[in-house]
Design a protein around this ligand. Structure first.
Ligand SMILES: Cc1cc2nc3c(=O)[nH]c(=O)nc-3n(C[C@H](O)[C@H](O)[C@H](O)COP(=O)(O)OP(=O)(O)OC[C@H]3O[C@@H](n4cnc5c(N)ncnc54)[C@H](O)[C@@H]3O)c2cc1C
Length: 289
């Protein structure tokens, strides 16, 4: 499999990159780590005439805390940047752990957060935990910028709200009262496998009460889904094993998985049931975000 011919642009600034995307329109695609787009080009699934590389945009690799805003993750941060970030290890260990369970080290070294989100693959590992933590994203285009909740970004498999001339620049995890969060992934191998189901929860616990909860599930619907019915059932209740088991049943019934070569819809639904209970228990007990 050979790469087809294409022109390569490596702009020095974000403005220049957006301008190039606007100028070339549907002929151009963004290149970040290239772990996905290059293999699609090699197999003939995509054939952009122009690749606009983000390689020189070092400002998009930062992971930093901005007072009044939250933790800001640049779209070009790699999965291993998430794994090794002392800020994330301290504030949102669940994000580092989700990244650690992705792919193999070689892919984690070059695959980026922005690529993972813009790909919009239902089984992607980062959307569930970022959605559970209430992440927002910033899209910058030739006509300005906009922000939105990450959970509103996805329209369907491989479909998002991003316009052809826009670049996803950053993901923000807002300051929050969350007391615990976690991401559980079931793959067909222990490492390097895509999620059959990936499920994230973020909880706010006071004493024995589950004050607030967000549950986001990957590979259980065409887009990473919030399990809102389950969240509404849990909010404000006293924590006990029966409650968490019942939550699993509700989450399974509101999930909308398909059958494919990695698992049947029925199997996925049962994984959702079990993982909802386990993830809630882990986030409640371990108490680190
Ligand atoms: C062997 C292998 C194993 C994998 N395992 C996993 C896994 O376990 N879990 C998982 O979730 N994924 C996995 N992936 C998928 C992939 O590696 C990740 O989704 C990765 O994060 C993609 O990032 P990238 O920077 O390489 O994206 P690229 O390939 O550079 O781009 C992907 C798409 O997003 C667009 N894009 C990229 N960045 C931006 C941006 N900032 N703004 C606008 N558009 C952008 C590109 O135009 C392209 O359409 C795997 C891939 C491979 C090859």
């Amino acid at each position: 499999m050979y790469l087809p011919d294409f022109d390569y642009y490596m702009p020095d600034s974000l403005a220049e990159a957006c301008e190039a995307l606007a100028r070339f329109g549907s002929k151009a695609k963004v290149l970040s780590g290239g772990t996905d787009i290059i293999s699609k080009m090699k197999s003939g699934l995509l054939s952009p005439e122009i690749l606009v590389s983000l390689k020189k945009l070092d400002e998009l690799t930062k992971i930093e805390y901005v007072a009044g805003k939250g933790v800001v993750i640049g779209a070009r941060a790699t999965h291993n940047d998430l794994v090794n970030s002392s800020l994330l290890n301290e504030k949102y260990l669940s994000i580092s752990e989700a990244a650690h369970h992705m792919a193999a080290n070689q892919i984690r070294n070059i695959g980026t957060v922005g690529g993972n989100l813009c790909n919009a693959v239902p089984s992607a590992d980062l959307p569930p935990i970022l959605i559970a933590l209430g992440a927002t994203i910033k899209l910058v285009g030739s006509n300005g910028e906009r922000t939105m909740l990450l959970e509103e970004f996805f329209l369907g498999p491989v479909k998002t709200l991003i316009a052809p001339d826009e670049i996803l620049t950053e993901i923000v995890i807002p300051d929050q009262p969350t007391t615990g969060s976690t991401y559980l992934k079931f793959g067909l191998r222990r490492s390097g496998a895509l999620a059959v189901v990936g499920l994230a929860v973020a909880v706010t616990v006071t004493g024995e009460t589950l004050q607030d909860v967000r549950i986001a599930i990957g590979a259980a619907a065409p887009i990473p889904m919030r399990a809102r019915e389950t969240e509404n059932f849990l909010r404000g209740k006293t924590i006990c094993d029966e409650l968490l088991a019942e939550a699993g049943v509700i989450a399974a019934s509101e999930s909308k998985p398909i059958s494919d070569l990695r698992g049947s819809a029925e199997y996925r639904r049962d994984l959702v049931r079990v993982f909802t209970r386990r993830a809630l228990r882990k986030a409640i007990n371990e108490g680190h975000v």
